[in-house]
Write a new protein. Structure first.
Length: 251
């Protein structure tokens, strides 16, 4: 590790990744934003899914100030963050065949909707099956993953494929295999993951594009305001009422 504090080096690494994503994924970010805008315009619903730490980026775009009110979290027990005990069970569940189909069978997802699937490695059975099953139902799928994993790891899905192989649009987070940006001679393992920072930024860039695209088409984007500013709750109540049939986290 070169000169600089670990904190400085981590910020440098994260900023470098963000710059790469901004420059190299500009076209796919724009395409994903338009796909979501098209879905909203056509009356479709929006969903985000991630397992384990990948769920953090999915949660980041659901029911938040400045965010699109129509983004719903597609959740399943044991898969949202590290809330399950033991936490290692979540990793095991990602490898279970049939689980993704069961989740979709009991979800509101239908033809004409859009689903954002976040999986850093994209190699486990769950995200692959989720993408395949969602598209079989007529939904559009946006995958957010590190494409590098597909060339440096083996798939854990029976088909031998990865999340990236079953998406309408793929957003590459550029995260290196192992998700650790720093090394130090005195520490035996690489450390300091940046996938959450980069993936969250990717998704916020997509949703910013969606909002601007809707506005350009003459549609007021259904955005939420902070409940901690005057008038925020009243604003949100109006949005919830207008789009009540497409917002599931209130039910």
């Amino acid at each position: 590790m070169s000169d600089g504090t670990p904190a400085d080096l981590f910020f440098d690494a994260a900023i470098g990744l963000l710059q790469r994503v901004r420059d190299e994924e500009a076209e796919t970010i724009a395409a994903a934003g338009v796909l979501l805008a098209d879905t909203v315009t056509a009356g479709g619903r929006l969903f985000a899914f991630g397992a384990g730490h990948s769920s953090l980026a999915a949660q980041d775009v659901v029911y938040r100030a400045g965010g699109l009110a129509l983004m719903n979290l597609l959740a399943a027990p044991g898969l949202v963050g590290v809330d399950v005990m033991p936490a290692t069970l979540g990793s095991r569940l990602e490898r279970v065949d049939g689980l993704a189909t069961a989740v979709l069978d009991t979800s509101p997802l239908r033809a004409g909707d859009a689903l954002v699937i976040i999986s850093l490695s994209g190699r486990n059975a769950l995200p692959v099956e989720m993408a395949v099953s969602a598209r079989d139902r007529g939904a559009k799928v946006i995958g957010v993953t590190s494409v590098a994993y597909a060339t440096e790891t083996t798939s854990r899905h029976a088909s031998g494929t990865y999340l990236k192989d079953h998406c309408d649009i793929v957003l590459d987070s550029k995260i290196a295999v192992g998700d650790a940006e720093l090394t130090l001679d005195t520490i035996p393992a690489p450390f300091a993951p940046a996938s959450t920072v980069v993936t969250s930024a990717l998704l916020q860039a997509v949703l910013a594009t969606t909002a601007a695209t809707l506005a350009d088409r003459g549609t007021e984007p259904p955005l939420l305001r902070s409940g901690n500013v005057d008038g925020g709750h009243e604003w949100n109540a109006r949005v919830f009422e207008q789009y009540h049939d497409r917002i599931f986290y209130q039910h």
